[in-house]
Write a protein of this length. Structure first.
Length: 79
């Protein structure tokens, strides 16, 4: 026996639309807000989760400088 007049399909569509409405959207805005490590020489921004080796590579390869010269405010995360 069927549900009649598409009632089951309509209920399923309503449930799926409700699930979609509650899902989080894109993380682009939060990622942009997390880019708070900035090179003092070229003003390029890096994510706050960037580690010392990545920042050192940037300083050496782009500016032929040391990490403290390019990122004077950088403090490695506590272990």
């Amino acid at each position: 026996m069927g549900g009649g007049n598409g009632a089951k399909a309509a209920q399923k569509r309503a449930r799926n639309n409700q699930k979609i409405a509650t899902k989080p959207g894109s993380q682009l805005k939060s990622n942009a807000a997390a880019m708070n490590i900035i090179c003092a020489q070229c003003k390029q921004s890096f994510l706050s989760t960037s580690r010392e080796p990545q920042l050192t590579l940037h300083a050496v390869n782009k500016h032929n400088a040391t990490l403290p010269q390019c990122f004077p405010d950088f403090k490695p995360p506590a272990k």
